[in-house]
Design a binder for this molecule. Structure first.
Ligand SMILES: [Zn+2]
Length: 369
C-alpha cells in the first residue's frame, strides 16, 4: 500500500533514439459519493486490507460531527481505532500529529474534516508511508483528492507534495451541514480552471511546456459542469453537494494526471496567493481564485462575463468588496502576482501588470466598483 507517491522522469540518459520517458500517476482507488456513505467506511477499509490499527485525524468540531462516528464504525468492523484531534495545517502540527500517529502504532489514517485536516493527514501519511482515506466534511477547494497539500510555516503557506488518498468518502449528508460559503468557494476554485488551462496552453506555445490533453480536458470539463449547473447549486440543498462534489474531485484527478497543479492553477491562483500575502484579511482560497479568474479571463480576451455570472448564480464573490479586501489590495495583488511563482508562466507574463493596467483591469471587470 506504499508507493502512493507520484514519480516522474522526463528524460533518461541513454542510447540515442531510445524512448526514455516515464511517469507515475496516483489516483484514489475507491471514491464513494452520496447520502450516508460514511457508514461504508469500515467496509471500504476492509476492502483495502488495511492492517488492524488506524487513527482518525479530525478537528475539534468535526470530531463531534463525524470523526468520533468514523472511529466507532471502524471499531464495529473489527479495527482498533482511536481519534486524534488536530489543529490547523502547520509545520509544527504535522510533526505533532506524525509523532502521535507513530506512537499509536497506526498502520493507516482516516482524515475526517475540512481542507486543513485533509492536508495535514496527506503530509503525515506521506512521511510515514502509510495509506489514508479522506472523509471531507466540507469542500472549499479542489485539494480533497489532489497530490498536493498547503502547509503554513510561520506567515507563509507553502504547497508541498503529499500522498493521494487511497479512498475518498464524500458523504453529502455531512458536507451539506458545513457553511454554504465553503461549497460555493469550492465551486469557484473549479470555475477558475478555465483560466488555468488557458495559461497552460499559452505556456506550451511560448515555453514549450509539457502538456497533457487528458489533464486539461478533465479540468475544463469540471469547470464546465459547475458553470452549466450553477443554477442548481444552492444553500441547504444536499443535491447541490451531489452536483458540485464530483467536479471538485475531478480537479484533483486532473492534477494527478498532469503531475502538477498546472491544470487547476494559473494566473488567477497567483493573484489569490498574492492577495494572501497582501490583504489584511484574506478571503477563502477558492473565492479569491474565482475573482482572479474573472480578471484573467478578460486578459485572455475570453468570455469573462460568463464566469462572473456563474459565480454570482452560485453565490460566490465577484468583487473585492464581497471578498472583504480593499481596492488598493486588489491592485497591489495584481501587480505582485507574476512574482509569486516565476517559473509558472501565465497571461500576466514575466513583468506583470503596471499599476495603471491593474487598476483598469479591476474596474473594467467590476471587481472594483
Ligand atoms: Zn485552487
Amino acid at each position: 500500500m506504499a508507493g502512493q507517491h507520484p514519480t516522474s522522469r522526463d528524460s533518461l540518459p541513454g542510447i540515442d533514439g531510445v524512448f526514455g520517458k516515464a511517469k507515475g500517476m496516483v489516483f484514489p482507488r475507491v471514491v464513494l459519493v452520496g447520502h450516508g456513505v460514511l457508514e461504508d467506511l469500515g467496509r471500504t477499509c476492509r476492502q483495502f486490507d488495511f492492517p488492524n490499527r488506524g487513527v482518525v485525524v479530525t478537528g475539534p468540531k468535526t470530531s463531534e460531527l463525524a470523526g468520533n462516528r468514523a472511529a466507532d464504525i471502524l471499531r464495529s468492523d473489527g479495527f482498533e481505532a482511536s481519534t486524534f484531534v488536530a489543529g490547523e495545517a502547520t509545520v509544527a502540527e504535522v510533526d505533532r500529529v506524525g509523532a502521535a500517529v507513530h506512537q499509536a502504532g497506526a498502520r493507516f489514517l482516516v482524515a475526517v474534516g475540512g481542507g486543513s485536516k485533509i492536508d495535514l493527514t496527506k503530509v503525515v501519511a506521506s512521511r510515514l508511508r502509510i495509506p489514508f482515506v479522506s472523509v471531507p466534511t466540507s469542500a472549499a477547494h479542489d485539494g480533497i483528492s489532489s497530490p498536493r497539500a498547503s502547509i503554513r510555516d510561520g506567515g507563509n503557506v507553502t504547497s508541498t507534495d503529499a500522498a493521494v488518498p487511497i479512498g475518498v468518502i464524500a458523504d453529502t449528508q455531512l458536507i451539506v451541514q458545513a457553511p454554504y460559503r465553503l461549497l460555493a468557494s469550492g465551486c469557484a476554485d473549479v470555475i477558475s480552471n478555465c483560466t488555468a488551462v488557458l495559461d497552460w496552453r499559452l505556456a506550451v506555445r511560448l515555453r514549450s511546456e509539457e502538456y497533457s490533453t487528458t489533464a486539461a480536458t478533465l479540468s475544463e470539463y469540471a469547470a464546465q459542469e459547475i458553470i452549466d449547473r450553477a443554477g442548481a447549486i444552492k444553500p441547504n440543498l444536499e443535491e447541490s453537494v451531489w452536483i458540485a462534489i464530483r467536479p471538485i474531485l475531478v480537479g484533483g484527478i486532473a492534477m494527478s494526471v498532469a503531475g502538477s497543479s498546472r491544470p487547476c492553477s494559473g494566473s488567477e491562483h497567483l493573484f489569490s496567493h498574492a492577495l494572501d500575502r497582501i490583504a489584511q484579511h484574506p478571503s477563502l482560497h477558492g473565492e479569491q481564485s474565482g475573482v482572479g479568474a474573472i480578471m484573467m479571463m478578460y486578459l485572455h480576451g475570453g468570455d469573462w462575463r460568463r464566469l462572473k455570472t456563474a459565480l454570482q448564480t452560485i453565490g460566490a464573490p465577484t468583487t473585492g468588496r464581497e471578498l472583504g479586501v480593499s481596492n488598493d489590495e486588489i491592485t497591489r495583488a495584481l501587480v505582485m502576482a507574476h512574482s509569486i511563482r516565476p517559473e509558472r508562466y501565465t497571461i500576466i507574463g514575466d513583468n506583470g501588470l503596471t499599476r495603471d493596467a491593474a487598476e483598469r483591469l479591476a474596474r473594467v471587470t467590476g471587481v472594483v466598483e
